[in-house]
Ligand binder design. Structure first.
Ligand SMILES: [Zn+2]
Ligand SMILES: [Zn+2]
Ligand SMILES: [Zn+2]
Length: 255
């Protein structure tokens, strides 16, 4: 079950985290990022985040692991020889193609890289159905000509320095005159980390760099630009500390 207290950051050992209770993305308006989309393109379960306040390394969890267990995934979505989950040791895992909702178009693959306004490599998750812990991967070939990471940035899994860094972009509805929509193409905007909604306005904080390892295909999400973020409990934005008894009672941190 969901017995997962936050752990120190795997990259910097920091103990302070932002907990974002629901990952939201941009479409016509803000919409939950689905772990999967149903036949009508509506999001299935949603994700929540633990973002290291020190270095930005982000953990992804499915908020409602029970919904994962209840959903009937096609057999090919189950990995036959999954490595044990690093959080709960479960050996079953789902391999899910991530999709971006774009009003007026069919969902499109969630882009790891965007080239010429189109996804050049798409994102997949490997999700533990027992605890909801999710890791991200690219399954496409990532061209060596893509922008390389700066010296010193390397994959946390295989330690290769053959990594690509890219800002995470979110596909939204095209904003173009209707007569030019001969071939509808999504518009890409920077994917935000946290959002606060009032009657009059939406406020966004931060963005993500994706670190894509070419040899092992692991993708890490690194949140940046959160200096101005403050806890907004009503919006599901919390500051938590490892070992703090006041950690939220929802999600993977349930006692
Ligand atoms: Zn960290
Ligand atoms: Zn697990
Ligand atoms: Zn790697």
């Amino acid at each position: 079950m969901l017995v997962q207290a936050p752990r120190p950051c795997a990259a910097c050992a920091g103990i302070d985290f932002w907990h974002i209770a629901e990952v939201v993305e941009r479409d016509m308006g803000p919409t939950p990022m689905g772990v999967w989309l149903d036949d009508l393109g509506r999001p299935g379960a949603s994700f929540e985040l633990l973002v290291c306040a020190g270095c930005g390394l982000t953990e992804w969890w499915v908020s409602d692991a029970e919904a994962l267990k209840a959903h009937r995934f096609p057999p090919e979505r189950w990995l036959s020889a999954a490595r044990p989950c690093s959080r709960c040791s479960s050996t079953s895992a789902l391999h899910l193609p991530m999709l971006d909702q774009v009003t007026g178009m069919a969902p499109i693959p969630m882009a790891a890289l965007v080239d010429g306004g189109r996804p050049a490599a798409s994102l997949w998750t490997v999700v533990c159905p027992s605890c909801g812990y999710a890791i991200w991967r690219v399954e496409d070939h990532v061209a060596a000509t893509s922008r390389r990471g700066p010296a010193g940035s390397s994959c946390r899994v295989c330690h290769s320095s053959d990594v690509v860094l890219a800002r995470s972009l979110d596909a939204t509805v095209p904003i173009r005159p209707v007569e030019r929509l001969v071939e509808p193409q999504a518009q890409y905007v920077l994917r935000f980390v946290a959002m606060h909604e009032t009657t009059w306005a939406l406020y966004f904080w931060g963005w993500f760099m994706l670190r894509i390892c070419r040899p092992c295909r692991r993708v890490d999400w690194l949140a940046q630009g959160l200096d101005q973020l403050r806890p907004q409990p009503r919006d599901g934005i919390f500051k938590i500390r490892v070992g703090d008894a006041a950690a939220p009672t929802r999600g993977p941190y349930r006692p």
